[in-house]
Design a protein around this ligand. Structure first.
Ligand SMILES: CC(C)(COP(=O)(O)OP(=O)(O)OC[C@H]1O[C@@H](n2cnc3c(N)ncnc32)[C@H](O)[C@@H]1OP(=O)(O)O)[C@@H](O)C(=O)NCCC(=O)NCCS
Length: 447
């Protein structure tokens, strides 16, 4: 595997290695060191089970003392997704478990892991990589663009929702203690229908643990003895499960003996509007609960439209999914476009040289053709260089193409920010119309 040396910068020789199941304990020890965690043995067992060892890599640094073994100093793993993208699906790698030992940081180990990850994506025929970032400033330099945002709401008890017509058949609700044995099948089935249905949001990346196994994971012991186990509210219509919410209440009272409980909804899915509406209606009316905290929702989640007082729910907006086009032509050909487009895109990619160049994208709602028409000069690694170097309708960095890819970020906004540069009047508007998605991108759970 690849060797890294950088004596000039004082970087120790290190190598990227593949990590098999036999290294599970070391991987978990490192992960806990990185994330300041102290999980119980049962959680460690499940965490190890969730790792895909064929896709787990690490960086080994030389032994610290004579006779010692190499030190596992960094890890990363990924999960394969059949990712919904606008108008279709594309193979994608969800990068996670990224961590470097605190005493081995800033030596280029993350950079080495990312280089290996990109090579692995290409070998596996996955043109896209996606991730959630612990800190926003880490991944832009590697060509990841923010593609999906999320909103969290804090709903007051009794928050009013716009009414819907009475549902036929009606929605029935059950409130039970969540368990893998009892509810795994239901949760997994609903998740699958959401991820594979015609209304799947671009970017919906359901980890193989997102359904049944996640429930088992949620059996992690409550952080305080007062906290209840996860409960599940299940909606069904005519005997068929149509939605669920995983929720936990903290059972708090204030000094005047008034209930001030918070209910946290970890996961929420609904297959139709009536079921989603009934679930939220029930959640905001739970007894002894003054605040319901939602999971991260897509900006156009139905709850935003139902709430009579959305502002009163104090929306918080954060970055969620980041997208990296690892194989530009394959990625652009995998999605569909909302309007016909014939554009030459000059794309700067300082890490993956074959993405760098001028690409002609010809597409309509039925298909797309992508071909390189010119190389950029080797030193054209920034958009300003490329604008000077190439004749193109639009010039942009691979990072910003990643932001546009799922259709949730507008090309005009990036052009107004000076990040997408128009070479022909009207080209940015064409790009914006073609790349936009009918539904905001987003995914309900971390992977
Ligand atoms: C974030 C983390 C993985 C970086 O690992 P690392 O090996 O120190 O990173 P590298 O030395 O390869 O740095 C690569 C580049 O990223 C930058 N970088 C690294 N960590 C950064 C951070 N937290 N914020 C901003 N930039 C960061 C470095 O400055 C370097 O930039 P340059 O190459 O342009 O000079 C490591 O600090 C870590 O494990 N942090 C805690 C866990 C975590 O946040 N993991 C990420 C999960 S999404």
């Amino acid at each position: 595997m690849s060797f890294l040396t950088d004596a000039e910068r004082g970087i120790v020789p290190a190598r990227v290695v593949r990590l098999g199941r036999d290294r599970a304990a070391e991987i978990l020890d490192l992960d806990e060191l990185v994330w300041s965690a102290n999980p119980p043995p049962e959680y460690r067992r499940l965490a190890a089970e969730s790792l895909d060892f064929g896709r787990t890599i690490g960086v080994e640094a030389p032994a610290r003392e004579a006779g010692g073994g190499p030190v596992l100093a960094a890890i990363a793993s990924s999960s394969p997704f059949d990712l919904p993208v606008p108008g279709g699906r594309a193979p994608a790698a969800g990068l996670s478990w990224v961590g470097v030992r605190p005493d081995y940081r800033r030596r280029g180990f993350l950079r080495a892991l990312i280089a290996q990850h990109f090579a692995d994506c290409r070998a596996a025929g996955e043109p896209l990589s996606l991730l959630f970032a612990s800190e926003m400033s880490i991944y832009g330099r590697f060509g990841y663009g923010l593609a999906a945002t999320g909103v969290k709401l804090r709903l007051a008890h009794g928050a009013r929702l716009r009414p819907l017509p009475a549902a036929r058949p009606p929605v029935e609700l059950r409130f039970e203690t969540a368990s893998w044995q009892a509810h795994g099948g239901t949760v997994e089935s609903i998740d699958r229908q959401v991820a594979h249905g015609p209304a799947a949001r671009p970017g919906t990346a359901m980890h193989r643990l997102a359904g049944a196994r996640r429930l088992e994971l949620m059996g992690d012991p409550p952080p305080s003895p007062r906290l209840e186990p996860w409960r599940i509210l299940i909606a069904s219509r005519a005997g068929r499960p149509t939605g669920y919410a995983l929720v936990r209440r903290d059972g708090k009272w204030d000094e005047a003996a008034l209930p001030v409980g918070t209910a946290t909804v970890r996961q929420f899915q609904a297959l139709d509007p009536a079921s989603g509406h009934a679930l939220w209606q029930e959640l905001v009316n739970l007894d002894l609960v003054t605040t319901v905290v939602t999971p991260w929702l897509a900006p156009d989640d139905p709850l935003a439209a139902w709430l009579e007082d959305w502002r009163g729910a104090r929306p918080t907006l954060v970055d969620r999914e980041y997208v990296r086009l690892v194989d530009l032509p394959a990625a652009l050909a995998a999605r569909r476009y909302g309007a016909p487009i014939d554009l030459r895109l000059a794309v700067c990619d300082r890490l993956l040289a074959d993405n760098n160049g001028v690409w002609r994208l010809r597409a309509d709602p039925d298909g797309a053709e992508v071909a390189k028409t010119a190389e950029l000069a080797a030193d054209a690694v920034a958009v300003a260089d490329a604008v000077a170097d190439a004749v193109a309708d639009v010039t942009l960095d691979i990072r910003d193409l990643g932001s546009l890819y799922l259709g949730g970020v507008g090309a005009a906004g990036l052009a107004d920010a000076g990040l997408v540069v128009e070479g022909r009047p009207g080209a940015v508007a064409e790009l914006a119309r073609a790349f936009g998605s009918v539904r905001a991108p987003g995914t309900p759970s971390l992977f």
